[in-house]
Design a protein around this ligand. Structure first.
Ligand SMILES: [Zn+2]
Length: 595
């Protein structure tokens, strides 16, 4: 049937759970006005997770029809198809997608729960990026108690949320995941803006009221961080948290008005808890940090974002040197804003920061890779880690957070005419300068100069574009933090990361360490030590100290590829290697920085 010119061209995706036991979604896409040679493609990556994941490997059985006529499809590459069409007739594509990855990045379907990102289910229609994208969610036949949660705009939905939703373009569709199932759901408002918090997989002891209260405190702190009390400036009309509680797992992915999170069930607050601060449960503090992190991203990376991400290319890697800013600064603020929300105290905050500092200081890769390089190479280095990763790269999350710390503390020392400048001011001015859109490092430098009257080019160059050590000790001490240099654990002193299940197996050897000098290698099994002509079997790494002791020379007996090797190893002296422990030295100075 010819299409009336009055109807705007639209794309309609109908999603059905066709086989929950085989974990298969059925997708029917109707393209009202197809091109003569219509191309469609499935993304190879999802925005926010910088790795080529080849979502098309789960797509099968694609076929095309116009009216009742089947038409042939040519596959052009791993994720692109082309259909030879009659442009006067609507084109219907049908295919199926296998969905059994219980992460926030792809899609999942079983008898209990459905979840998907459109990047896994919805092909992009060439030439119609800006058309209205309609998503129709069919209620599943196998379960009558399923509901829907999504940040998409409802058009016509039933009381459980099944029906049609719309997105103004493909980017928004791709950036708005959908949760389905019989989940727990809570609501709260932040400056009048509706927030929904859904939790799948919660145990019967789950204290939803507490989670919602704490999430609300975090969201209020973050909204006022960016906009003071100006409600009209909040850049979304509704926000949805989708948390999947599982036996083992952790992660989150930010979206433009929602986020998908995974946590361990045991980290959820429980009804039997006394409702004290999160200090009773480190896992819950970590979950609150994740909520804070992903929500902060709604401003910092979803709107304010690298200039290279002005238009996403879903077909290949999208490179930027700025992840140290977007992930690192977000990591700095996530815990800091938990402190400001009153959910942790100063000492707890310092413990979290302490962890980040020791992670960076225990990564030799910081001496060979800058955070700008590690951002750019995230696709191959951070996301494709192996045993050697700590030697060749540094995390833009952790070192980026420390760059933010150094910048914040330096700014606070600097001040202008007795008026304290902080990193908060910088973030807000960047937001305004870049009009909540694409930004470059030059914008950050410009904002810093405007706020302080001096150039920060050399500082940022040293911290971001060189491998020089950050001035952490000097800056933290100046802000009331005492740094203790405690003797390191044996594994750290040797430069080893091991698993101790049945004996000691080496996972990683850090460059420049005693283990490196001795020639130990990943996958070696460390069987025992020989000292003074006696041989001892190792059950765990610390047994070395029982048989030999700090500062001694030993022979390490190693099993490698079924050969037994003898390697000479000099154990470090007890205080030769240290780790940092932070404590509050001058409480008023720490308070001034953290509150
Ligand atoms: Zn992040």
């Amino acid at each position: 049937m010819p299409v009336s010119k009055k109807i705007p061209p639209a794309l309609h995706y109908r999603i059905e759970a066709v086989d929950v036991h085989a974990h298969i979604y059925g997708v029917t896409l109707t393209i009202t006005q197809p091109a003569a040679l219509q191309r469609v493609s499935l993304p190879v990556w999802i925005v926010g997770s910088y790795m080529v994941r080849e979502f098309s490997k789960q797509l099968m059985g694609i076929r095309a029809q116009q009216g009742k006529r089947n038409i042939s499809i040519s596959q052009l590459d791993k994720s692109t198809w082309q259909i030879d069409c009659d442009t006067s007739q609507a084109l219907t594509l049908q295919y199926q997608v296998h969905a059994y990855d219980n992460s926030v990045r792809t899609a999942w379907l079983n008898t209990h729960r459905g979840f998907f990102n459109a990047t896994s289910l919805c092909v992009q229609v060439d030439g119609q990026y800006s058309a209205s994208h309609v998503l129709e969610l069919q209620p599943p036949k196998h379960a009558s108690d399923w509901k829907v949660a999504t940040g998409l705009t409802p058009v016509k939905v039933d009381r459980k949320g099944f029906g049609t939703y719309s997105a103004p373009n493909y980017d928004v569709l791709a950036d708005t995941p959908v949760e389905m199932g019989n989940f727990w759901s809570g609501h709260f408002k932040v400056m009048g803006v509706e927030h929904q918090f859904v939790v799948a997989g919660a145990p019967p002891t789950f204290d939803g009221g507490r989670l919602v209260n704490d999430a609300q405190a975090i969201c209020e702190t973050i909204c006022s961080f960016w906009h003071g009390n100006k409600r009209s400036h909040i850049p979304f009309e509704r926000y949805v948290f989708m948390l999947n509680a599982v036996g083992e797992g952790y992660g989150g992915l930010e979206h433009h008005n929602s986020t998908a999170l995974i946590c361990q069930r045991s980290d959820l607050p429980r009804l039997s808890d006394d409702g004290a601060l999160a200090k009773s449960n480190d896992g819950y503090t970590t979950l609150l940090g994740l909520i804070s992190h992903e929500y902060f991203h709604t401003w910092n990376v979803k709107r304010l974002r690298p200039a290279e991400f002005t238009h996403y290319n879903y077909a290949k890697e999208n490179y930027t040197e700025l992840l140290w800013f977007f992930e690192g600064f977000t990591s700095y603020f996530d815990d800091k804003l938990l402190r400001r929300s009153g959910l942790i105290d100063d000492a707890q905050y310092l413990r979290l920061l302490n962890k980040t500092i020791n992670q960076v200081l225990q990564t030799p890769g910081r001496k060979v890779h800058t955070v700008a390089q590690s951002s750019f190479e995230a696709w191959t280095k951070y996301y494709l880690q192996d045993a050697n990763s700590p030697n060749l790269t540094v995390s833009y999350y952790t070192k980026g957070a420390l760059v933010a710390l150094c910048l914040d503390l330096s700014l606070r020392q600097h001040g202008v005419r007795n008026h304290s400048i902080t990193l908060d001011h910088v973030m807000r001015d960047l937001w305004k300068r870049c009009k909540a859109g694409p930004m470059q490092e030059a914008d950050l430098l410009e904002v810093l100069k405007e706020l302080t009257g001096r150039s920060w080019r050399n500082d940022l160059h040293a911290w971001v574009h060189s491998t020089r050590e950050l001035p952490l000790e000097k800056l933290l001490t100046a802000h009331g933090v005492t740094i203790h240099h405690d003797p390191a654990q044996l594994a750290q002193a040797l430069g080893l990361r091991v698993v101790e299940e049945r004996g000691v197996v080496i996972k990683q050897v850090l460059n420049g360490s005693p283990a490196h000098a001795a020639g130990l290698a990943p996958a070696d099994e460390w069987l025992g030590v020989e000292i003074n002509n006696s041989l001892w079997r190792l059950q765990k790494l610390d047994d070395v100290l029982l048989y030999a002791g700090w500062g001694k020379k030993v022979t390490a007996l190693i099993s490698r590829d079924r050969q037994i090797l003898r390697l000479s190893l000099t154990l470090p002296k007890v205080k030769e290697h240290t780790t940092w422990r932070l404590s509050i030295g001058e409480a008023n100075k720490v308070k001034a920085w953290l509150n």
